[in-house]
Design a protein around this ligand. Structure first.
Ligand code: ATP
Length: 245
């Protein structure tokens, strides 16, 4: 029996009351890595924001860890075990690496040290630069820090929005497998938005392809990886010609 960590049903969300995503259904189970793919503007970030409670649902529902998400108190989702690593990293650039990490720490003091150590095990390159200001880090180091800050909360559901933004493909190749490790080792469910389609599919169990604010296709990652026509149609804006999944 799979433990459902995220359940999104018929979700519509958008800005100023105007929906940009409609009828989105998706789920993430314990230990799963799930990719949310699709061209620019398809609605991936909007979906993640509604999942985290940063944006209100205009219709439908989002359940995180068995409880409905309310956008009025997104911190409650964080307390329950949801970590959202947003696009653009949103670090505190004037604070040190260590202080950025400490801001993510919750729970009793002895457990905090262990949580920090575990996060640094995934990103050992951060350990020697804990005293450096986050604003002085390279793009890759900043992304590692953003991920590590998500991990120090010991999330049960980790949401990662375009970790590869602005990074060299070789850095992405090193970072994406860490997401897989987190899911395998901690049992967390992970939902990733990623533009590097094949790298994302290679570390995912399942994937959803969004187009024009809707989920156009979904399936096991290894099957979708064989269906380049779906991606061509979706990313080139011609889904009508693609075979249904
Ligand atoms: P990308 O891959 O380029 O990040 P995306 O799939 O994440 O794109 P979203 O960022 O969710 O797409 O945007 C979906 C649509 O919502 C786009 O048409 C975008 O212009 C619009 N949108 C995004 N943010 C806002 C906002 N704050 N106010 C109004 N419209 C917005």
């Amino acid at each position: 029996m799979h433990e459902r960590l995220l359940s999104v049903r018929d979700l519509s969300a958008g800005y100023a009351g105007v929906p940009v995503i409609r009828g989105v259904n998706l789920h993430v189970d314990r230990g799963e890595v799930v990719s949310l793919l699709g061209p620019n503007g398809a609605g991936k970030t909007t979906t993640l924001s509604a999942v985290s409670g940063l944006l209100p649902a205009l219709a439908g529902s989002v359940e995180v860890l068995g409880e409905p998400v309310t956008h009025k108190a997104p911190f409650r989702n964080a307390r329950r075990g949801l970590a959202h690593v947003p696009e653009g990293r949103s670090l505190f650039f004037d604070l040190t690496v260590g202080d950025n990490l400490r801001l993510g720490l919750v729970g009793p003091r002895p457990g905090r040290r262990a949580a920090m150590d575990r996060a640094l095990e995934y990103f050992p390159a951060l350990a020697p630069i804990l005293d450096r200001r986050a604003g002085l880090l390279s793009g890759g180091e900043q992304q590692m820090l953003a991920m590590a800050r998500g991990l120090v909360t010991e999330p049960r559901l980790l949401i990662v929005d375009e970790m590869s933004l602005g990074l060299a493909p070789i850095v992405v190749e090193r970072m994406l497998p860490i997401v897989r490790r987190v899911a395998d080792e901690s049992g967390a469910g992970v939902l990733v938005v990623e533009q590097h389609i094949h790298m994302a599919l290679s570390i995912s169990d399942r994937a959803y392809i969004m187009s024009h604010g809707e989920v156009a296709h979904e399936g096991p990652a290894h099957e979708l990886a064989q269906r380049s026509e779906l991606f061509e149609a979706s990313y080139l804006g011609d889904l009508g010609d693609a075979a249904p999944s």
